[in-house]
Design a protein around this ligand. Structure first.
Ligand SMILES: O=C(O)/C=C/C(=O)CC(=O)CC(=O)O
Ligand SMILES: [Ca+2]
Ligand SMILES: [Mg+2]
Length: 401
């Protein structure tokens, strides 16, 4: 029996000893790195003495930044030590457990560059059909490279942060001139984010990608579809997505997903060499989207066409450097079925097919006061389940203009 006697810390629960995600909590007014054990946080600053000088230096910090900057061998060493410490029968000196309900999450690392991909074929085809009904749903480049764009890292916010409905330009259907005002088509995008770490490097190969991905966290790429539809051609997403991107408070180490590896969906032709991978880096994550408490979709991440290793290889193949704290997101996760779509644009088919929630409310896009929670699980060792912490957010009314 481990000394950690709290709900949800056992091998059959998503946040048991097989998971141990990292976050940042405030203890006595001071931020400290922590690991999540079931429904509690174990702050690491108090364990500095027990961890020894090299690891201690990383856990007495005000964020995860110094840990992200270490190389993957240190990430493995710390994880192993924490697995041992959390399995012992007596509490290590300095250990303290805090219920998650007593904590307000904070963003655990400084977000560097932020890239968002577009790697679900189902999502890309759905959006193409909805927004561009007269064109082929996929452009010819899509099966040859992971399409993406650079986003705005300064507005990445931690799960639980309210999202204010953005203002912007939009052109109402059938009119010629744009109007200005709060978005009337506010949407979500359920995505999987990858937090970079390790040495600064350009030209990261698919084989090296695991040494540059510290961990995995759910992301919600809030999207104002009316602003987006008017502004995006020819350069792509801009203000329709840059107002807020939410990320989960707990980052699960990549190593926790060793049992969830799958091949990405096979391309219809050979890929260029730099996109080939020896060890498949697709992940069998099952997402779940709740809208005001009603589960409206269960997107399968295994249905994605490009893996994190291919995405990282592609974004750095031109020599662009990957730095600790950089974040890249998979793109909206949608599966082939209606109940597997990762955005409300798709679920409501462009607003034409309202979604009924458990309280009888009908929705196409988000109303003020609505809350969205995305969670996920993956297969873990010995039949266990590895959880990804929720990314949650509530929509607040637009600021008065
Ligand atoms: O196809 C388009 O015009 C737009 C697509 C998106 O809004 C998707 C995007 O941000 C990338 C993704 O999440 O898959
Ligand atoms: Ca997106
Ligand atoms: Mg966004």
């Amino acid at each position: 029996m481990t000394w950690i006697d709290v709900p949800g810390f056992h091998a059959d629960a998503p946040f048991g000893p097989q998971t141990l995600p990292y976050g940042l909590v405030r203890v006595d007014g001071r931020p400290t790195p922590a690991v999540r054990v079931g429904d509690h946080a174990l702050p690491l600053r108090g364990l500095a003495d027990v961890l020894g000088p090299r690891l201690a230096e990383l856990v007495v910090q005000d964020s995860l930044d110094p840990l992200l900057a270490c190389d993957a061998s240190i990430w493995r060493e710390l994880r192993e030590r924490l697995r041992t410490l959390t399995a012992e029968s007596t509490a290590p000196r300095g250990a303290r457990l805090i219920p998650l309900g007593d904590l307000r999450p904070s963003l655990p690392f400084t977000v560097g560059d932020y890239v968002d991909f577009y790697s679900s074929r189902h999502h890309a085809e759905n959006v193409g059909r909805i927004l561009r009904p007269d064109s082929a749903p996929l452009l010819p480049n899509w099966t040859h490279l992971p399409v993406g764009y650079h986003g705005r890292s300064g507005t990445v916010v931690v799960s639980g942060t309210d999202v204010v409905r953005p203002h912007g330009q939009r052109r109402p259907p059938g009119t010629e001139l744009p109007v200005f005002g709060p978005s009337t088509r506010l949407d979500i995008e359920a995505e999987v984010g990858f937090v970079c770490g390790g040495a600064v490097a350009g030209g990261v190969s698919t084989a090296e990608a695991e040494d540059h991905v510290f961990g995995v966290a759910l992301v919600n790429d809030w999207s104002a579809r009316d602003i987006q539809a008017w502004e995006y051609q020819p350069l792509g997403p801009f203000l329709g997505k840059s107002f807020a991107t939410s990320i989960a408070a707990w980052i699960t180490p990549l190593a926790a997903f060793d049992h969830a590896r799958v091949s990405p969906q096979a391309p219809p032709h050979d890929l260029l060499d730099y996109l080939m991978e020896d060890r498949p880096a697709g992940l069998d994550l099952r997402l779940e989207i709740s809208w005001n408490g009603t589960v409206v979709s269960r997107p399968p991440f295994a249905a994605m066409s490009w893996s994190f290793a291919q995405q990282l290889a592609h974004l750095s193949v031109n020599g662009a450097t990957v730095r600790p704290g950089d974040l890249f997101a998979s793109g909206t996760v949608s599966g082939p079925l209606r109940a597997e779509r990762g955005s409300f644009l798709e679920l409501s088919w462009g607003g034409a097919e309202p979604i009924e929630l458990a309280d009888g409310a009908r929705r196409t896009f988000l109303a003020d006061g609505d809350s969205v929670v995305v969670t996920a699980t993956a297969p873990g060792p010995n039949g266990s389940v590895v959880g990804l912490a929720e990314v949650a957010g509530t929509v607040r009314p637009a600021a008065s203009a």
